[in-house]
Design a protein around this ligand. Structure first.
Ligand code: PXP
Length: 251
């Protein structure tokens, strides 16, 4: 929009992470709730993308879910994966349009901290190149640290996803402001280095707005809070429907 005071703002995409729909399904080992159906509903509600993390331990999303999502999703699938050979080979076979490399530990409840780029940069560089070779835009999930942003660009990534966990878990308003400033600075540095800027982790209906206002940020990945809220705002209707069946059985 030439001349608009909003011209510097890049368009923001909301990617809905549906891992925890699969978490509920896996708790029962049954076939509901189906994350693929959840993805369709999220898209119909206006999600710009669907994010899933295919973990090595397959604790929530399964290979079949990812295959079905690629066949069903009309926006795009952002496939999160660790730099691990088996998962990388699968991702290559699926040729996802976007991937996000994340750290992964077996015992963690959720992804803790960003990637440690210094640990094995050669391996990371090779993983990025392998995914790019099959047409994927590759993002790295990193802490909002200027050095790590620079290293991400040097490794050849297309984008970074800034870890918002420290911001989300800040103990008070001052700490949250400090974390927000780190995120703003990292976003500016990343955009200046030619990287796409994504963000996510721990974002909720209460804390999302200051992050969404960061001008360089073009994609937010939000999972737990949306899935949690959907259970609560869907509860009344779900109970009404079951109650209606009970009444009909007696009439
Ligand atoms: N981004 C990344 C890289 C993640 O690993 C996760 C959690 O799976 C998220 C975003 C979403 O975090 P949350 O579920 O807290 O919204």
């Amino acid at each position: 929009m030439p001349g608009s005071s909003f011209a510097h703002l890049v368009e923001m995409r909301l990617c809905v992470n549906i891992d925890h729909v699969a978490t509920v399904r896996q708790a029962r080992g049954t076939d509901e709730p189906d994350p693929v159906r959840a993805a369709v509903l999220a898209e119909l509600a206006g999600a710009n993308g669907i994010t899933v993390h295919l973990r090595e331990d397959r604790r929530h999303i399964q290979d079949r879910d990812v295959e079905l999502l690629f066949a069903t999703v009309r926006t795009y699938v952002n496939l999160e994966l660790a730099v691990a050979d088996g998962i990388l080979s699968l991702a290559e076979s699926w040729r996802p349009s976007q991937t996000t490399l994340v750290p992964e530990k077996r015992q963690e409840i959720t992804t803790e901290g960003g990637l440690d780029l210094s640990q094995d940069p050669g391996r990371l560089k090779e993983a990025i190149a392998r995914l790019q070779a099959v047409g994927s835009r590759v993002s790295l999930f990193i802490d909002p640290d200027p050095d790590v942003v620079g290293e991400s660009a040097a490794l050849g990534a297309d984008a970074v996803e800034l870890h918002t966990g420290e911001y989300a878990n800040a103990s008070d308003a001052d700490a949250a402001d400090r974390e927000l400033e780190r995120l703003r600075r990292a976003a500016t540095d990343a955009a200046a280095a030619g990287l796409g800027v994504h963000a996510g982790h721990g974002l909720t209906y209460e804390n999302v707005m200051p992050v969404a206002a960061i001008p360089e940020c073009e994609e937010l990945n939000i999972g737990h809070s949306i899935v949690s809220r959907s259970i609560l705002i869907g509860m009344e209707r779900a109970v009404c429907e079951m109650g209606e069946l009970l009444r009909r059985a007696r009439t």
